[in-house]
Design a protein around this ligand. Structure first.
Ligand SMILES: [Zn+2]
Length: 248
């Protein structure tokens, strides 16, 4: 068994025996992997901080058949603010769950890791709205995975949608007025909602966070993206139910 070293973000943690943790980590070059961190629950363990949810850590591990067995870990960036603020924690958890459920196992996903690190940096070290940051991440994640198009043209017929856009999750998102009459389950959306999706898909890097939205448009964008994610990724998103109970 060869020892490997890799850097990654902890997307999920579960108990493993009395003192250990079973982690889902999005690792550089390796993609989504399972990591066993024995003793990580103990405050004295060197794996304690690196094995916490949201931590970006460097692990040393032995590869077993289906998982990595961590022997050492070091924090690169803890994103501590995500754990100390209830709203940031809730949206950070949602972002992690979405990532965990959408990225395939053991397939290099460096684009998603880069997006996740950038979003966590915005969430933890700025006053940018966690609600808006989460929906921007959601749009860019779907775009990165090839599941969402830009919205300046109808995803059914290719016609210009500007100024008269409709939404239909099953038909690929934003569609034109003519197609909305043919496709069941379509409804009109604000121009601001369409523009926000277009902006995030067309831009890259930190620029995707360079805008703000009115409360009304943000609410519609969240709703539209929730339907889209439930249609194309997975129906069951536990952290989203939690967010709704928080009323933030
Ligand atoms: Zn159309």
């Amino acid at each position: 068994m060869a020892e490997e070293k890799f850097d990654g973000i902890v997307l999920k943690e579960a108990a493993l025996g009395e003192t250990g943790k079973r982690l889902i980590v999005l690792a550089k070059d390796l993609g989504k992997i399972t990591v066993s961190a024995k003793g990580a629950k103990s405050a004295k363990s060197r794996l304690n901080a690196p094995a916490q949810l949201f931590s970006y850590s460097s692990f040393t591990a032995y590869k077993n058949r289906n998982f990595y067995n961590a022997s050492q870990g070091e924090i690169i960036e803890s994103f501590y603010a995500l754990r100390s603020d209830m709203e940031k924690f809730a949206y950070g958890s949602f972002i992690c769950e979405l990532t965990e459920k959408s990225v395939p196992e053991e397939m290099e996903s460096n684009d998603v890791l880069h997006l996740l690190l950038m979003t966590f940096a915005v969430l933890s070290s700025t006053d940018f709205s966690p609600r808006l940051a989460a929906v921007i991440y959601e749009i860019k994640l779907l775009d990165t995975l090839g599941l969402l198009s830009g919205g300046e043209s109808c995803s059914m017929c290719g016609a210009d949608t500007q100024g008269q856009s409709f939404f239909n999750a099953r038909m690929g998102g934003i569609i034109c007025r003519d197609c909305s009459a043919k496709a069941a389950g379509s409804y009109p959306i604000f121009e601001g909602t369409r523009k926000a999706i277009e902006f995030v898909v067309k831009n890259s890097g930190k620029r995707i966070f360079a805008f703000s939205l009115s409360g009304e448009v943000l609410k519609q964008l969240e709703k539209v993206m929730e339907i889209y994610v439930r249609t194309h990724l997975c129906h069951d998103i536990k952290s989203l139910e939690f967010l709704k109970t928080m009323n933030i």
